[in-house]
Design a protein around this ligand. Structure first.
Ligand SMILES: [Fe+2]
Length: 286
């Protein structure tokens, strides 16, 4: 059975949230949802997540899974809100514990914060398969952008997370804690070794001037045209390019709030004694 894929693009963070499902009236997984966050006021809102809920209801889908490809640094996940309204189990790659350990240190989180992944309903191992209604999905471990990234293979579709971007954009940065360009190269080749016609769905799109947003391509297109990773670019050349480029990139605007919330599977930090939840800004630490 060929999965049906619906992408919802968030203009504020350039993120694509996917609903992948077997049929109308059937089952779905939601991948990489967005909780809107205004850094100026510290306010969250659910406009983006409500679009996902509206689509799921319109197609009369039951939600089996709420998946993350990784702990995002550029947006907050809406997983808890979606779970509350739609049900489903939350899941992420099992190496999330490494990311939690690092950021527990960076943010000096409360002793009760466990870096064991138990904030998620399920941790997926490399190659683990799981059902989305009549579809079978598989977790592919694809580290490099972060040490815990996974891609999701569902039939002929692969949700690549932050590995490859569209061919004219290239690849994801590798300079976050635990990121590694050499590792990303291997992960990209793993995705590009899938059959040519495999449909690849990006986690983001940053369209160059003059091109509309798009987020679907194929293995064949990537192997022929990806500006960072087309066939013929070897590991050394990629690592050189990626490292030089990463050195020029500023931190994402939302990295500090996003990581603090996303390593908790989207929950906010425990409230202070005044009933308000706070995020921390570590000075001169990142
Ligand atoms: Fe990312």
């Amino acid at each position: 059975m060929k999965p049906i894929v619906h992408g919802i693009f968030d203009l504020a963070t350039w993120t694509v949230t996917y609903v992948v499902y077997d049929q109308a009236g059937g089952s779905c997984a939601i991948i990489d949802s967005v909780l809107d966050y205004d850094p100026k006021s510290g306010r969250t809102s659910t406009e983006s997540a409500d679009k996902v809920i509206a689509f799921v209801n319109e197609q009369q889908l039951s939600v089996a899974w709420i998946l993350e490809t990784h702990a995002h640094a550029d947006h907050l996940t809406a997983a808890p809100y979606l779970k509350e309204h739609l049900g489903g189990q939350t899941a992420i790659g099992d190496h999330i514990t490494a990311v939690q350990r690092v950021f527990k240190g960076v943010f000096n989180l409360e002793p009760g914060f466990k870096a064991d992944g138990t904030q998620f309903d399920h941790l997926l191992q490399e190659g683990e398969t799981f059902a989305i209604g009549q579809l079978t999905a598989k977790a592919l471990y694809v580290p490099g952008h972060t040490p815990a990234c996974v891609a999701y293979q569902v039939g002929d579709a692969v949700f690549v997370g932050d590995t490859l971007f569209m061919p004219d954009v290239g690849s994801a940065r590798c300079d976050f804690p635990g990121g590694d360009a050499k590792t990303l190269y291997a992960s990209a080749r793993k995705i590009l070794s899938l059959p040519d016609k495999t449909r690849l769905f990006m986690c983001h799109d940053y369209p160059p001037e003059g091109r509309d947003v798009c987020f679907e391509t194929t293995v064949a297109e990537q192997r022929a045209h990806n500006i960072h990773l087309h066939d013929g670019i070897d590991e050394a050349e990629f690592v050189r390019m990626r490292t030089a480029r990463d050195a020029t990139l500023a931190m994402p605007v939302l990295i500090l709030p996003a990581v603090q919330v996303n390593i908790r599977a989207g929950e906010f930090p425990p409230k202070d004694d005044n009933g308000v939840s706070y995020l921390k800004i570590p000075l001169n630490a990142l």
